[in-house]
Design a protein around this ligand. Sequence first.
Ligand code: AMP
Length: 283
Amino acid sequence: MKIIRGIKEMRELSRKAHEEKKRVGLVPTMGALHKGHLSLIQRARKENDAVFVSVFVNPIQFGPKEDYRRYPRNLKADARLCGQAGADAIFFPDERSMYSSGHGTHVCVEGLSDILCGKLRPGHFKGVTTVVAKLFNIVDPDTAYFGQKDAQQAVIVKKMAGELNMPVTIKVLPTVREKDGLAMSSRNAYLNDRERSDAAVLFQALTLAKDLLKRRFNDTSLIVRKMKELINSKRSVKIQYVCVVDPRSLRPLHKITGKALVMLAVKIGGVRLIDNIMVNRNA
Ligand code: AMP
C-alpha cells in the first residue's frame, strides 16, 4: 500500500490519474478503520479507476475537551485494510502541512452547522468542512464517499460542494452495523464491556421509532418520548438529543408524513456516540 505524506505528491498522483482519463474516488477518514470505512472503499473501488483514502485526524474539528489526543491511530493496520479493500494509496498528511502556523481560512456552512451535533460541539462542522474542502482541493476527486452514520456531516458536505460549485459528486452510503445493531465507529473501542452491551439500546430505540411509524403512530413527540424511555432504561447511557427531522433541512418535524430522519446522540461513560435511521411513512 502506497502511503503518501506530501500534498504535492498527492496532487501529482491525482493529476496523472486525470491525465490518463481515470475516474478518481476519494474516501476521507480519520483512520482506525473498520468495516464501515471499508464499505466506502469497496464501493469506491467498484466505481473508480483510482481510489485514494485520506487518513487524517483533523485537529480543528475537535473541541478543547474532546478526544483529539487519544483518538485511536494505527496506520499499519489501516494500510493493511485499505490494501484488502482495494485502495490504490493512502493520503496521510501531517498536521503541520495541512495547517501552517497562522492558518486562518475556514469553510463554514451556516445554519446547518449550528444545530444538533453542531450545537453541542461548537466549531466541529466548520472544522469538518474546512478539512473536506482542503482534501477536495488536494486530491481533486470525481466522487467522494461518506457514510450515512454521520448524517448531519453528509448533508453539510453535500451543501458545501453544491454551493461552492465543487466539481465532485458526493455519495452517501448506508451505515454498517455490528451484530446487535450498534453502528460501527472508531470510538466504540473506548467502551468497556458493560457500556458496550448497553450501547445496543441505541439501535433498539431507532428500530422502535420505525415500528411505531409502521403501526401508524406518526406524532414525533410520542415517538421521541418512547425512544427516550427505552434509552433511559440503561443507566450508563446519557441522552444528548433524540429527534425526528426533515432529511434535508434537518429541521424538527411534528408529524411524519413522508421521509424523516430519526437522529440521536448520547454519552456512554465518557464516550459520545451518534446514530440515525431513515424512515418513510409511505414505504
Ligand atoms: P471517520 O473516520 O469517523 O471520520 O469516518 C470516515 C467516513 O466513514 C465518514 O464518511 C463516516 O460517515 C463513515 N463511517 C463511519 N462509520 C461508518 C459506519 N458504521 N458505516 C458506514 N460509514 C461509516
